[in-house]
Write a protein that binds this ligand. Structure first.
Ligand code: F6R
Length: 357
């Protein structure tokens, strides 16, 4: 039920702080640590390389998850788009473990790969919002997202739930391997939840931004470096699927290798700046596009913000920044679609779960 909300998408965006709290509750042990089942931990630790398989938004979550797991736990991870995997199966390591990320647990492209890796005898873990779904039943292990039903076609709360669960996987494996990644995940995820609440309270401002940059544009670019690049891919996907604006996410440094030719007077460029190591270089990219007439919308994190930034995210641990950076992008997409009279919850040509290959 939508309750007082005009659309499921807006309701589901607003539920994200609650989903963070649910996940914290579901995954914490009696010592207030976020942990995995021992069986799942042991299976993951046995692997010498993890292969994440997913589609669409779940694939974008996988890209961020790879960073979490590699940087925090030091385990190599590859991320593959499910529909390409069978044609282009990478050379597998000696002891691979497959992680299927799927909100619905019913996506045919992902299932086709699972059938194949099951045949090869490789262990599989499904991270899904629907325990009992096909992908969950056919894999050896399941981790639940605890996001509650997601009805809007555009995935929002499932994405942030996927990121949170992937962070828990990374932290649990890091601890098991005696690696100190330098922060308390439970505490930092609680801060993320509060930051999400703050952003959800800034809808008027985000609606204004959507009107100003996206009400009439034909196209839009999202740029970021490091993990912000992955968030820019997800931001662009959100915008295109519900507002039908041609949108592309780019690594900041890659624009000048071709795509900058598309920048015209007034082209909106949303630039993400949440990572201190690349704060100056992403701003350099903004200068390059502004020199070609772009209309820049810089979204930065408190502490890294500079004059002229259009939206400042509340400060959270930099590693977890994607969990909050995506919220303004979800809301901007929502308002862009609304003001362009699009069917927000049921965009044309799309289905909630894609059960054909
Ligand atoms: C985008 C979206 C899709 C899904 C994709 C995978 O908002 O919803 O890109 O993320 O179809 O679906 P699941 O996660 O159910 O496997």
């Amino acid at each position: 039920e939508k309750g007082t909300y005009p659309h499921f998408m807006l309701k589901e965006i607003d539920e994200q702080p609650l989903v963070m709290r649910n996940i914290i509750q579901q995954y914490q042990n009696e010592n207030h640590e976020l942990v995995l089942d021992e069986e799942i931990r042991n299976a993951l630790l046995k692997a010498d390389r993890l292969y994440i398989i997913a589609c669409g938004t779940s694939y974008h979550a996988g890209l961020v998850g790879k960073q979490f797991i590699e940087k925090m736990a030091g385990i190599p991870v590859e991320v593959h788009v499910a529909s390409e995997f069978s044609y282009n199966m990478p050379l597998l390591s000696e002891r691979p473990l497959f992680i299927y990320i799927s909100q619905s647990g019913e996506t045919a492209d992902s299932r086709a790969v699972l059938v194949e890796t099951n045949k090869l005898g490789h262990k599989a873990l499904t991270i899904t919002n629907v325990p009992g779904s096909t992908l969950s039943r056919e894999a050896d292990y399941t981790l639940a997202l605890h996001a509650g039903p997601e009805i809007a076609v555009a995935s929002t709360k499932a994405y942030t739930a996927q990121l949170a669960v992937l962070a828990i996987v990374a932290a649990d494996l890091a601890k098991a391997k005696g690696k100190d990644f330098g922060f308390n995940l439970l505490k930092e995820l609680a801060i993320v939840g509060t930051a999400m609440e703050t952003i959800c309270g800034q809808k008027d401002e985000l609606e204004k931004i959507a009107k100003e940059y996206l009400e009439t544009t034909r196209n839009a670019f999202f740029i970021g470096r490091n993990v912000d690049f992955y968030v820019s891919l997800e931001g662009a996907l959100k915008l295109k699927e519900i507002s039908y604006i041609q949108a592309e996410g780019f690594a900041g440094g890659e624009l000048k290798h071709g795509t900058i030719a598309l920048i015209e007077e007034g082209t909106p460029v949303v630039a993400l700046a949440t990572q201190s190591s690349v704060n100056l270089s992403i701003r350099g990219n903004v200068k390059e596009v502004v020199a070609r007439g772009a209309n820049p919308c810089i979204i930065s994190m408190q502490g890294l913000n500079m004059e002229g930034d259009r939206f400042i995210l509340p400060k959270v641990n930099e590693v977890l920044a994607p969990l909050v950076t995506i919220l303004p992008l979800q809301l901007i997409s929502y308002y862009a679609a609304l003001h362009r009279d699009c069917d927000v919850d049921k965009p044309r040509n799309l289905a909630k779960s894609v059960t054909v290959e």
